[in-house]
Design a protein around this ligand. Structure first.
Ligand code: PEP
Length: 246
């Protein structure tokens, strides 16, 4: 863990409704007892909950993010889409871009690059997801895939201070599998070298839970975690945080 904050970002994916938000009371209470500047807690709920969640978290240290945005900075005829400015207007501070579940739906590097630019222009911080598939890993293409995703996704973005990288091997998401420690250490170092910026924050995501966090938290260069499944349960989420910081 290298930077000031340890990030814990909850990606709720397509889960949760207004009653689910009640379960966050435990996390809010827990967060009040954590030393200032020690952790950054960010919830990325479905877009339907962003507004309610932002209001609920107003007097807390917990921030809100979105799970995706449209590439257009301006409003337009894009049925079902939300742009970064709209998300910002309801309290969003962060946005996940390039998640593999959205890459599978058609988000390619070029589109991701446009989305990142639009989000930064709107004043959002970007959680930029990268990661190799199992096939790419087996074909020993991991480093090339990560380098390509970084180069293309961040094309002509000179100021990367509002970009957090989330390294999420696709084969690890939701599978219960995590990379071997030495492989993960090398991948993180590779990402850092590709970014060309020592201060860039890098998170790990993929099946993080309270049983594997002890292994993950000691990997050099990791500044926090993007957590899917386990973040939907407040007790499990708190457990992961406690095990990381204690
Ligand atoms: C994710 O979707 O970003 C993720 C990391 O999911 P999970 O923790 O469920 O593998």
């Amino acid at each position: 863990m290298t930077n000031k904050y340890i990030y814990f970002i909850a990606n709720w994916k397509m889960f949760g409704d207004l009653t689910t938000l009640n379960s966050l009371d435990k996390v809010i209470k827990f967060s009040k007892n954590i030393k200032k500047n020690k952790i950054k807690l960010i919830y990325c709920p479905p877009s339907t909950l962003i507004s309610s969640l932002s209001k609920r978290l107003k007097k807390t240290k917990i921030e809100v993010g979105a799970q995706n945005c449209h590439q257009s900075f301006d409003n337009g005829p894009y049925t079902g889409q939300l742009n970064s400015r709209m998300l910002k207007s309801v309290g969003t501070k962060y946005v996940i871009i390039g998640h593999s579940e959205n890459r599978q739906l058609g988000d390619n590097d070029k589109l991701i690059n446009l989305k990142i630019k639009s989000a930064i222009r709107a004043g959002l911080k970007v959680i930029f997801c990268i990661g190799e598939t199992l096939k790419q890993k087996k074909n020993k293409k991991t480093y090339k895939v990560l380098a390509d995703q970084i180069r293309n996704g961040l094309k002509s973005i000179n100021n990367k201070s509002n970009i957090i990288i989330a390294y999420e091997p696709v084969w690890s998401i939701g599978s219960g599998l995590i990379p071997k420690s030495d492989e993960l250490t090398k991948s993180i170092a590779h990402i850092k070298s590709q970014l060309g910026s020592k201060s860039s924050k890098i998170l790990y995501g993929g099946s993080v839970n309270s049983n594997n966090i002890d292994k993950l938290k000691i990997i050099a260069g990791i500044d926090g975690f993007l957590i899917g499944g386990a973040s939907q349960n407040s007790n499990k989420f708190i457990d992961i945080i406690k095990k990381t910081i204690n």
